[in-house]
Design a protein around this ligand. Structure first.
Ligand code: HEC
Length: 130
């Protein structure tokens, strides 16, 4: 009886933790891939003709890169490019920005991160941007 009760309590606690935590969002690497290719890579190709494919770095490199949030050789922030404001500013000419115009910034960040980690040099499915 006591044992059964504690298991029930434990299950309830675990459920509450999962629901309450920010990690509860189940990142969608496919959406991240679309966003990375159409928003991030299209600017890279237009401005510097470089892809910065996920397979150019390891999982650990990507995690560190995104946490540091130093983009464009440290000149600006990578976070700004996930923002609703940025999507709104380019959506007239960018389909992915238009399609994901209303997605929460954090979700889109998690999606792109999931794509990078999955496609990293040492990830489950290494991939470039094309
Ligand atoms: C408005 C244009 C633009 C957009 C949008 C953009 N970038 Fe960049 N990015 C650049 C430029 C410019 C560089 C520097 C290129 C070089 O090394 O000469 C760069 C460099 C990078 C690099 C190489 C390392 C570094 O920071 O120098 C990575 C990785 C990167 N961008 C990731 C992203 C991601 C992820 C997104 C989308 C969420 C993104 N970028 C969106 C312009 C852009």
């Amino acid at each position: 009886m006591t044992r059964k009760l504690s298991l029930t309590v434990l299950a309830a606690l675990l459920g509450a933790t999962a629901m309450g935590s920010a990690q509860a969002y189940d990142a969608d690497w496919k959406r991240g891939r679309v966003y990375y290719r159409q928003v991030c890579t299209s600017c890279h190709m237009a401005q510097v003709s470089k892809q910065f494919g996920p397979n150019e770095k390891t999982k650990a490199d990507w995690a560190a890169y995104l946490t540091a949030d130093k983009h464009n050789k440290g000149k600006d922030s990578v976070k700004q490019y996930y923002s609703k404001a940025y999507r709104a500013s380019i959506k007239a000419t960018n389909k992915a920005a238009e399609k994901f115009a209303e997605v929460a910034d954090q979700e889109l960040m998690d999606d792109v991160k999931a794509f990078m980690i999955r496609s990293a040099k040492d990830g489950d499915a290494p991939a470039s941007c094309s």
